[in-house]
Design a protein around this ligand. Structure first.
Ligand code: VGL
Ligand code: ZN
Length: 202
């Protein structure tokens, strides 16, 4: 068992990010058995769930003429336009059936406001609007987080960068993540995480 100040944050292990899903990450389902085992080592386990309304501004389908994986400019900066994914209440938004959910004490849903995306478990993409996770962790005496899940270069990396910025010790277990890797996004995310002091472990 890890010390009580450590939490496991499991990012977006949902059907739409696994093979067969709307925004499938290659090998996304391969990480699940390891994540299930890791849960047994941590007294605090948090799951996140990408949870978009159908009208979400990150969906290419909501931008006439835009193709998926193109870039749009939002008030908070550049935003990748994704295929429609993780729509609230759909099968694609459900956790993968093999993911153990019983050990988790908290499920953070994010990306539920139509006008703003939320990659990070801590803040929406304006980097200012909090999800409440920071307060939850601090109240529970957590000072170090281990991050796993999908996708390495988007929601896992943004969460790890915010964790480090907030003063948590942050570790990404890369072997328990898989990446989208859009135009070099994985290398960029790894560089940023290293520069921010996030430990990248296998
Ligand atoms: C994610 C793109 C869009 C992720 C979520 O979980 O990494 N990526 N929404
Ligand atoms: Zn999303």
């Amino acid at each position: 068992m890890r010390p009580a100040n450590q939490a496991l944050i499991v990012i977006d292990v949902q059907n739409d990010f696994c093979p067969g899903g709307a925004l499938a990450v290659a090998g996304g389902d391969e990480i699940i058995s390891r994540i299930n085992m890791l849960m047994g080592d941590f007294a605090t386990v948090v799951l996140t769930q990408d949870w978009h309304p159908a009208t979400h501004a990150s969906f290419a389908a909501n931008h006439p003429g835009a193709v998926p994986f193109s870039l749009a400019t939002m008030p908070y900066g550049p935003q990748v336009l994704w295929p429609t994914h993780c729509v609230q209440g759909t099968l694609g938004a459900e956790f993968h059936a093999d993911l153990k959910t019983d050990p988790a004490q908290l499920v953070i849903r994010k990306g539920f406001r139509s006008a703003i995306d939320s990659y990070s478990a801590f803040f929406e993409n304006d980097r200012q609007t909090p999800t409440g996770l920071e307060g939850y962790l601090r109240n529970r005496g957590v000072s170090a987080v281990t991050l796993v899940g999908l996708a390495t270069d988007y929601c896992v990396a943004y969460s790890a960068l915010d964790a480090a910025r907030l003063g948590f010790t942050a570790t990404v277990l890369e072997g328990a993540t898989r990446a989208i890797d859009l135009n070099g996004s994985l290398a960029e995310a790894r560089d940023k995480m290293r520069a921010a002091g996030v430990a990248l472990e296998v």
